[in-house]
Design a protein around this ligand. Structure first.
Ligand code: 13P
Length: 343
């Protein structure tokens, strides 16, 4: 295992003011996104959309890497350049989602377990050949106000994340470890903090047991936040304080960075929350972003599948990249949503 490379990829991904674009939607998920703008999901429409994102001028100032889906890593831009080469030539590191999705956990009603470990060693070797330098595996932790998640579901998901991360490091790919406590539902921020704490504690115990090098990985967690249907929504400051408190308790300082998922927050909230955390001062790890929906929602809205809308859609994308870059420095404010003239 090339420890130097694992560490340098991790550190390059979270170099200020940059973060990740998660463009690794699976076939069914991208179809859902395209349905919302009435665009048919075909191999070509998906390729064209991803090309729009990857060729946006100037994003390399704020985007250090892109998480791709298997199909996308094998696709090329209109002039025939493989996407992984296109990204690398702009100084953007290509990465790959390697899990095979979350399924119901047998005999544990309400809980999920992520599949994809069988054959993973061979798939990682191929992905590295295709140009990927980091990988992602997402564990989905359902949450209600009572018995979900079970302690067993947390353990099983933490174990799978650690097996994945160890295989990645063996293969020379920097693992992004993503335990996502969902923000669906009615639970409050306190419940989210309790569940996220239990999850992170277990995840780092398993990573340690599997001999994963903390310096050569990144954590991709949810923020500590109230469920979408909770009547008592927390303020930005409360989200920032609860999230940092939880991370301080359970994430070793050896981990170079934390790249949050957006999880269904609005693009503005996701930026504002990241900004509030970075404005609190310096932390043991870099606090950055690895957003899917929070970077792409305005882009899809502007694009609507029309070639003539590409420039406007790219402007919308650049704007979100830039504002999240400012949030990394703690210098964003919500007035920039309307006044940001560089967008
Ligand atoms: P969201 O930011 O839309 O939650 O997506 C991030 C991601 O990669 C989920 O696995």
């Amino acid at each position: 295992m090339n420890i130097g490379e694992l560490k340098s990829v991790a550190n390059d991904i979270v170099a200020k003011p940059k973060g990740l674009l998660a463009a690794d939607e699976s076939g069914p998920t991208i179809k859902k996104r395209f349905d919302s703008i009435k665009v048919e999901s075909t191999e070509e429409s998906r390729r064209r959309y991803r090309e729009l994102l990857f060729t946006t001028e100037g994003i390399e100032r704020y985007i250090s890497g892109v998480i791709l889906y298997d199909e996308t890593l094998r696709q090329s831009s209109s002039d025939g350049t493989p996407f992984s080469n296109l990204l690398s030539s702009r100084g953007i590191i290509p990465g790959i989602k390697v899990d095979k999705g979350a399924k119901a956990l047998a005999l544990y009603s309400g809980d999920k377990i992520t599949e994809g470990l069988d054959g993973l060693r061979d798939r990682l070797a191929e992905y590295r050949q295709l140009g990927a330098r980091f990988a992602k595996w997402r564990a989905v932790i359902e949450v209600d106000e009572h018995d979900v998640p079970s302690a067993y579901a947390i353990r099983a998901n933490a174990h799978a994340l650690a097996r994945y991360a160890a295989l990645c490091q063996e293969a020379g790919l920097t693992p992004i470890v993503e335990p996502e406590v969902l923000m669906d539902g009615t639970h409050d921020i306190g419940r989210c903090e309790v569940v996220t704490s239990r999850v992170l504690e277990q995840v780092f115990a398993e990573l340690d047991a599997h001999r994963v090098l903390f310096e050569g990985m990144l954590l991709k967690p949810n923020m500590v936040i109230a469920g979408k249907k909770c009547t008592n929504q927390a303020s930005s400051q409360q989200v920032a304080e609860a999230t940092v408190r939880c991370l301080m308790r359970y994430v070793p300082a050896a981990v170079p960075g934390i790249v949050f998922l957006s999880g269904g927050q609005s693009p503005e909230d996701a930026t504002d929350h990241l900004n509030a955390m970075n404005a609190m001062g310096s932390h043991p790890w870099q606090l950055s972003f690895s957003y899917g929906r929070a970077l792409q929602e305005p882009v899809l809205e502007a694009w609507k599948g029309q070639e003539s809308n590409v420039p406007t859609a790219q402007q919308a994308f650049f704007k979100r990249c830039r504002l999240n870059g400012l949030a990394r420095e703690g210098t964003y404010n919500s007035a920039m949503e309307t006044t940001d003239s560089s967008a």
